[in-house]
Design a protein around this ligand. Structure first.
Ligand SMILES: Cc1cc2nc3c(=O)[nH]c(=O)nc-3n(C[C@H](O)[C@H](O)[C@H](O)COP(=O)(O)OP(=O)(O)OC[C@H]3O[C@@H](n4cnc5c(N)ncnc54)[C@H](O)[C@@H]3O)c2cc1C
Ligand SMILES: NC(=O)c1ccc[n+]([C@@H]2O[C@H](COP(=O)([O-])OP(=O)(O)OC[C@H]3O[C@@H](n4cnc5c(N)ncnc54)[C@H](OP(=O)(O)O)[C@@H]3O)[C@@H](O)[C@H]2O)c1
Length: 262
């Protein structure tokens, strides 16, 4: 049985339609969408690339909206990484295998109540929040949407134009929510101007994030999503626990959900 035949049992070959390069190591790409493919914003796809006579599979958060007729992803090139060493050279017309099923539990429908949705991302952990913000649902459900993106360098503040446009023109005729965009770049030598220069954890501990946003975290109002670097997620989880906030469990409602990228 060929590798393609084995892959086709669980995945479909999709065609790359567009590649956007943000920096030398950051890029977004679109593919055709498998027929009947369903996902909830916040979920991820499992993508496959042919490599050395076999297949490599990796998880990629979907950034496109649920009703787009394409799938979009946002990625980084990891130096020496098996998958991204191949993925970095993709061009329109190339094939990316896409598992038929979508995965993941970091979705806004995990929260049955709450007024403020905090989305805290490091690096490419921004991706699922792009999909969530392209979906009318959160704009109608919440009072405030707060997107915090923390990167090493300012040039990694991607999707800025679209986020600014979404803030002014939400994707629904009846928006309830206001969007606040908060950015932080931790490794630039120049003093930050419009954005912060500290980690999300530091901004939570020293109160600067809540001060900027204008209101605090609370068990009653805040629902929080954490995505990206697993150490950031562990450290933030500890801070949230100290504030009396708890993770959502299948049987127990909570205030936060997480997605580790490695
Ligand atoms: C649920 C889930 C969703 C994911 N979604 C995305 C996504 O939307 N975009 C994306 O670029 N990656 C995402 N990843 C990571 C992705 O699956 C691969 O790990 C990544 O593409 C690197 O693959 P690799 O084989 O080149 O290196 P790997 O051998 O897989 O990784 C090597 C090392 O690179 C670092 N690394 C891996 N991924 C990242 C990353 N995203 N940012 C910074 N450092 C990283 C880690 O230190 C890791 O140990 C996701 C992972 C998970 C588990
Ligand atoms: N970012 C780049 O310019 C770049 C370029 C080429 C290759 N890469 C490769 O990509 C990988 C890293 O990618 P990345 O920069 O997107 O991810 P990252 O290392 O997770 O950094 C993203 C942001 O998360 C912060 N962070 C890290 N650990 C944290 C913690 N425990 N608590 C709170 N915040 C934390 C970082 O702050 P600190 O800065 O304080 O750590 C940084 O602001 C590496 O393999 C790297 O070699 C990155």
């Amino acid at each position: 049985m060929s590798i393609e035949a084995i892959a086709s049992e669980k995945a479909t070959p999709e065609t790359v339609t567009q590649v956007h390069r943000w920096t030398d190591s950051l890029f977004s790409f679109k593919t055709t969408r498998p027929q009947g493919y369903r996902f909830t914003p916040g979920q991820y796809a499992r993508l496959g690339l042919a490599a050395d006579g076999g297949m490599l599979w990796r998880a990629y958060s979907i950034t496109s909206a649920p009703d787009d007729d394409f799938l979009e992803y946002y990625g980084i090139v990891v130096p020496g990484g098996a998958f991204t060493t191949i993925l970095k050279d993709i061009r329109p017309g190339d094939t990316i295998w896409t598992e038929k099923q979508s995965y993941g539990f970091m979705t806004a429908d995990r929260f049955s109540d709450g007024e403020d949705l905090w989305m805290l991302a490091t690096g490419t952990g921004l991706g699922p929040f792009i999909s969530i913000l392209r979906d009318p649902m959160v704009w109608e459900k919440f009072r405030h949407l707060i997107l915090v993106h923390c990167v090493r360098h300012e040039e990694e503040f991607v999707y800025q134009e679209e986020l600014a446009a979404l803030k002014n023109h939400p994707p629904t005729a009846a928006p309830r929510a206001e969007l606040q965009l908060v950015r932080s770049a931790t490794r630039d030598t120049a003093a930050p101007s419009a954005h912060f220069g500290q980690r999300i954890t530091a901004l939570l501990e020293n109160g600067a994030l809540e001060k900027r946003v204008g209101f605090g975290l609370s068990e009653q109002s805040s629902r929080i999503m954490l995505c990206g670097n697993p150490e950031m997620i562990d450290d933030t989880r500890r801070i949230l626990h100290q504030r009396g906030l708890r993770p959502c469990r299948r049987t127990l409602p909570g205030q936060f959900v997480t997605e580790n990228y490695w």
